[in-house]
Design a protein around this ligand. Structure first.
Ligand SMILES: [Fe+2]
Length: 237
């Protein structure tokens, strides 16, 4: 059934062309964007198989580790609520994350950073939100890493998020940062949005587990005035 989704708030989303973030120079479209009318397909698909998410997929400390082994690094819990445009928690929503390891390196063939790989850490996880829209991941805090933007450009510690809402119109791909990181204000990627604070997780000592892990809270809003910004604005939306 077609719902009346709120339109995109472009002031929240980053511009496609941000010269300080060098790679946008080559990928930003040169033609004016076209906003398409809201169609039935925006609500009705695509779908994904909930059965593909297994218990333990949301524990990145163990989900790629050898038996009786664990990933190296500072143990953290990332959690929050995925909400719709009205602030209601979205149940059974697919949340996927990927990240660098505790040394700032991705397990990816294109990552040639000098930092070491961890054989017990793949850097990817997924989960479904519960009845109230809540999600949680146990993982390792990623380290900052350099990237070829300017002569001395570093990404703040961050975790990539992909959220698959109830429909294609609620899809979100973004990045989460950690409260208090001084690299955030220097990062041309984080600063493409006018509301980088919406991407900063807050330290959550109430949820931290003593002698085990610290916790960080990151709530996500899909569409509407308080929507969480994309890492780079979707074209044509
Ligand atoms: Fe990254």
């Amino acid at each position: 059934m077609k719902r009346d989704l709120k339109p995109w708030d472009r002031s929240v989303q980053p511009p496609l062309l941000t010269p300080e973030y060098k790679s946008t120079l080559s990928r930003a479209p040169s033609n004016k964007l076209i906003t398409l009318p809201h169609a039935l397909e925006d609500d009705s698909g695509p779908a994904f198989g909930h059965g593909h998410v297994r218990e333990g997929d949301n524990n990145l400390i163990t989900n790629a580790a050898a038996p009786d082994e664990k990933a190296l690094g500072h143990r953290i819990l990332i959690h929050g609520v995925v909400m719709d445009e009205e602030g209601r928690g979205l149940p059974h929503t697919l949340v996927e994350i990927w990240q660098a390891n505790a040394a700032g390196r991705y397990r990816h063939r294109n990552d040639s950073y000098a930092a070491p790989l961890d054989p017990n850490f793949a850097g990817g996880g997924r989960t479904l939100t519960d009845e109230k829209g809540h999600y949680r991941f146990l993982t390792i805090k990623p380290a900052p890493y350099p990237f070829p933007n300017g002569p001395n450009s570093w990404r703040p510690a961050h975790i990539h998020f992909s959220v698959f809402g109830n429909s294609f119109a609620q899809r979100l791909i973004t990045q989460m940062y950690f409260e208090g990181d001084p690299l955030i204000r220097l990062c041309p990627v984080a600063n493409t949005t006018s509301t980088p604070h919406a991407l900063v997780a807050k330290l959550d000592m109430k949820t931290a587990k003593p002698f085990d892990y610290l916790a960080w809270r990151f709530d996500i809003v899909l569409r509407g005035r308080k929507q969480t910004p994309f890492e780079n604005l979707l074209q044509g939306l």
